[in-house]
Design a protein around this ligand. Structure first.
Ligand code: PLP
Length: 396
């Protein structure tokens, strides 16, 4: 289905409060997502949390099924959590790391993931191998292939980085990891909800993402896909009453399916909100969403490029809805503040969020304008007009 932009804007309160270009931070929720959460909180207030949870059984089950549709997997292969990072760490921490084990990753890796690698290096003697980029600035898949050896225990890659429009060739990586029999964890935090994702086609063993970014879901939601081959082979570092049963005085039995990677407590209003958000995305269809976001972002890049002093900073052969740039003579923070004064919300991506990439390109910070399908060309024009005002005056 084509995206009905006036309709989705009418269903999105946030578009009335300025120009929101921070979908990669936390996108605007549609009204149905807000309402579903509020209804559940009212039910909790009226009947108690456990009782409300029983009433909402069908809706809660739908969240798993909707995510299964989004990713092309079974609902039993989905584990929910409170963030992408929690989901991602549940996998990485489930491996029995030994000194000398190698993790292969890319230049665009996200800060929280890399800090975990550094912890594993410091405490378990794990080696981090960073695969270089190719000439487009995406992961060099041939180099990845040649770097996989008998000590490689995991390939962990960010699909779309927090600091730019790059889309890493996730499926090409999956072809390599499948051929080599090495597990592959994809951080799809920025791609879920903006690019069509199919875990079978990508060939990843694990995929983690968040609800609040391009999926337009609530904050405090995250999810994980786990390939059935891996569900029984891994045991999470911590188990609880949901992920395991205390089956005899001296024994526990891990729960079946991906539930093993969950913990008991949930904000069920948020779980229901997430399912509602995924259904809302599915109602437009991911190809339509991906198409409009891609078109808006390339339109924005073309217009920004014409402004004197602007340098577009996005890498990659394929790009997505995250547009990053710098403006000569102005810090990224100053640009963000000036735009906020004009009710235009962008953000700044700092060096320490993606240090490998930013160090390599000698960038301290970039301005990040991340578009969603509810944004309009007119909003992009207003952003460009505001930046033109900030731009250095052309030489007389
Ligand atoms: C935002 C982000 C994360 C972290 O997501 P949380 O839900 O905040 O844990 C991980 N990876 C990438 C690439 C991100 O952009």
């Amino acid at each position: 289905m084509e995206i009905d932009v006036p309709r989705t804007r009418a269903e999105t309160e946030g578009v009335n409060h300025g120009i929101h270009l921070n979908a990669a931070g936390s996108a605007l929720m549609p009204r149905c997502v807000v309402d579903a959460q509020i209804r559940h909180i009212h039910d909790e207030a009226a009947h108690g949390g456990y009782e409300a949870c029983q009433h909402a059984e069908t809706q809660i089950a739908r969240t798993y099924a909707a995510l299964g549709e989004l990713l092309n997997c079974a609902p039993e292969q989905i584990a929910l959590s409170d963030s992408a990072t929690t989901s991602w760490q549940r996998i990485v921490r489930a491996f029995a790391w030994q000194p000398g084990d190698r993790i292969l990753t890319g230049q665009a890796e996200y800060v929280s993931n890399y800090i975990t690698f550094l912890q594993l290096a410091r405490h378990q003697g794990v080696e981090i191998v960073v695969v270089p980029d190719d000439s487009f600035g995406q992961i060099d898949v041939d180099r990845l292939d040649s770097l996989i050896d008998s000590r490689t225990r995991l390939v962990a890659l960010t699909h779309v980085p927090t600091n730019g429009g790059l889309v890493n060739p996730a499926a090409e990586v999956g072809t390599v990891t499948r051929a080599k029999g090495v597990p592959y964890l994809l951080d799809a935090c920025q791609s879920a909800g903006q690019l069509a994702l199919d875990v079978q086609a990508i060939g990843c063993d694990f995929l983690s993402a968040t609800g609040r970014k391009y999926l337009r879901g609530p904050r405090g939601t995250g999810f994980l896909y786990i390939h059935p081959d891996w569900i029984d082979r891994l045991e999470p570092a911590s188990l609880d009453i949901r992920s395991a049963t205390w089956s005899a005085r001296d024994a526990y039995t891990p729960s079946p399916g991906a539930r093993k990677f969950e913990t008991f407590e949930f904000n069920y209003a948020a779980v229901i909100g997430l399912g509602t958000a995924v259904d809302y995305a599915l109602s437009w269809g991911m190809p339509a969403i991906q198409g409009r976001i891609g078109w808006l972002a390339s339109t924005l890049r073309r217009r920004l490029e014409r402004i004197p002093g602007v340098t577009i900073r996005d890498l990659g052969r394929e790009t997505c809805g995250i547009c990053t740039f710098t403006l000569e003579g102005q810090t990224a923070q100053a640009v963000k503040t000036a735009l906020a004064d004009a009710q235009i919300q962008v953000t700044v991506s700092e060096r320490a969020s993606t240090r490998l990439d930013m160090d390599q390109r000698e960038l301290d910070a970039v301005v990040r304008a991340s578009v969603h399908y509810y944004n309009t060309e007119d909003e992009l024009d207003r952003l460009c007009a505001a930046i033109t005002e900030l731009a250095p005056a052309p030489a007389a």
